[in-house]
Design a protein around this ligand. Structure first.
Ligand code: IPE
Ligand code: IPE
Ligand code: MG
Length: 250
């Protein structure tokens, strides 16, 4: 499998909207929570695959700012699963040199989950092989709004001039400061929407939607998507490289 992928055109950053856990459970007449449990196994598989093929940044959308509006029992089950994941995966992250970061409103998480997230982030912060971003209580609009507030405060304090607000300055105030933008955004479960995920950062990401529900998503399908990504022509608004610079057809 690994041999199908060209090491030369590997994405530096893959972001995944892990969707479809509830439908996976519903189809089996199970409680939605069972779908989340099964989905957390897929998380393990995809993290270790990324590490294996040396993708430096992986961002997983695990819980959105909008997901707080779900039934209390589902939210608390998800929080419990998150904590369990952080505890059970910490040794593996250390072994594999994975650094964990949480993108989102850490302060909104229940205290025990927040403490565990902080502990795992501190324990893994010197690992350099790969960064795993967990988007938790994450919302892109909130992230951008916070960045605007931070920049405004710097202007008010006289630390920054209005004319100095560049795209780079905005990017430097997002949760993803210092990281490359996602090259590839994958969404499982067949929905063609971004659901408030990395709106700024995904400006030029390649998007791939699969109908597979997240608990059924496999290493094989992930590799297939990466292979498809490598065949895409990323033009970034320009003309194809083979085209003469005056734009006339060859
Ligand atoms: C994704 O699965 C997990 C989270 C949003 C936390 P869903 O729970 O959204 O599953 P569906 O979309 O209802 O199938
Ligand atoms: C997006 O899935 C959020 C996560 C995967 C964490 P949702 O299921 O919450 O999104 P919508 O409601 O389909 O847009
Ligand atoms: Mg969903």
């Amino acid at each position: 499998m690994k041999s199908d992928i060209s090491q030369a055109r590997l994405p530096a950053h893959v972001a995944v909207i892990m969707d479809g856990n509830g439908r996976w459970a519903k189809r089996r007449l199970m409680n939605r929570i069972k779908g989340h449990e099964k989905g957390s196994q897929t998380v393990r598989t995809i993290v270790s695959t990324c590490r294996e093929i040396q993708i430096p940044f992986l961002t997983l959308y695990a819980f959105s700012t909008e997901n707080w509006a779900r039934p209390k029992s589902e939210v608390s089950a998800l929080m419990h699963l998150l904590k369990k994941f952080l505890v059970s995966e910490q040794d593996e992250m250390m072994e594999k040199g994975i650094c964990l970061k949480v993108l989102g409103q850490l302060e909104r998480l229940p205290e025990d989950v927040r403490n565990q997230a902080e502990e795992t982030m501190a324990a893994t912060c010197h690992n350099h092989q790969m960064t795993l971003n967990l988007a938790l209580s994450y919302g892109s609009r909130r992230e951008i709004t916070d960045a605007v507030q931070m920049v405004a405060k710097k202007i008010q304090a006289g630390e920054l001039a209005v004319a100095d607000i560049s795209e780079q300055v905005v990017a430097d105030h997002l949760y993803t400061a210092g990281m490359p933008d996602p090259d590839l955004v994958i969404r499982t479960s067949g929905e063609f929407r971004l659901s408030n995920f990395l709106l700024w950062q995904s400006a030029y990401a390649e998007i791939f939607v699969t109908h597979t529900l997240w608990p059924d998503f496999t290493k094989e399908e992930f590799i297939e998507i990466l292979t498809n990504y490598q065949k895409r022509d990323r033009r970034f608004g320009k003309v194809e490289c083979s085209m003469p610079s005056d734009g006339s057809p060859q």
